[in-house]
Design a protein around this ligand. Structure first.
Ligand code: TYD
Length: 205
């Protein structure tokens, strides 16, 4: 028996963490064993890589950035995600390889197929059973971030046109794999969104 691997994707400020937390709470209340992870930073090594990727001062070349995310992913899949699904349990994760294709591919303008292939090498070909894409207007997403008054990390600090390319990149990925993706309008209220996510997960259980 293999478990489920469910990922949440979307731009910064799209509400991924809120929706993944609601899903995890519901799954646990239904008696499922759930392991949560995130990229970057789902493992001890990943926490160190995340610090470099997001907070290092100064330039990181796009290919180096792509490799750092891929390194984080390789370790997370090998030590957290695969062992969990092989036990028949459920992994709910914030961000996965679609983020690399959208941010490093569409955003940094690397070749999307190459970036995806790099991640597939890193993960030994693991794709999620379901990917929830929280699609949100870039300006609205930024407004949600600034509302928190927080300091922007290296990716968040990029200009709106970068984030617009990222959004378009995610939508292209969803169009290419409609059977894996559930695309939701992240501007809707969180309870409605959570209900749609639950319905999609129920179909897999
Ligand atoms: P995230 O943890 O979602 O940020 P936060 O906790 O601040 O909401 O992701 C960190 C950033 O990394 C985010 O801007 C997206 C970016 N990212 C990539 O560029 N490529 C990737 O492969 C991943 C997983 C994330």
């Amino acid at each position: 028996m293999t478990g489920l691997f469910i990922t949440f994707e979307g731009g910064d400020g799209s509400g991924k963490s809120t929706q993944s937390a609601l899903l995890v709470a519901w799954l646990r209340s239904e008696g499922h064993t759930v392991v949560t992870s995130r990229e970057p930073g789902g493992t001890d090594l990943g926490v160190e890589l995340r610090e470099i990727i997001l907070h290092r001062r100064g330039y990181i070349a796009p290919r180096a950035e792509a490799l750092l995310y891929a390194a984080d992913r390789a370790h997370n899949v090998a030590t957290v995600v695969r062992p969990t699904i092989e036990r028949g349990e459920i992994v709910v994760q914030d961000r996965y390889l679609d983020s690399s294709v959208a941010y490093q591919g569409a955003g940094r303008v690397l070749d999307g197929v190459e970036v995806r292939d790099l991640s597939l090498w890193a993960s030994e070909g693991l794709l999620p059973s379901l990917t929830v894409l929280l699609d949100l207007d870039v300006v609205a997403g930024r407004a949600r971030l600034t509302a928190d008054d927080k300091v922007f990390d290296r990716l968040e600090a990029e200009a709106n046109d970068f984030h617009a390319r990222v959004r378009a990149g995610f939508r292209e990925l969803a169009d290419a794999e409609p059977e894996r993706f559930l695309v939701l309008d992240a501007a809707r209220n969180r309870e409605d969104l959570a209900a749609e996510v639950r319905a999609a997960v129920l179909r897999l259980l």
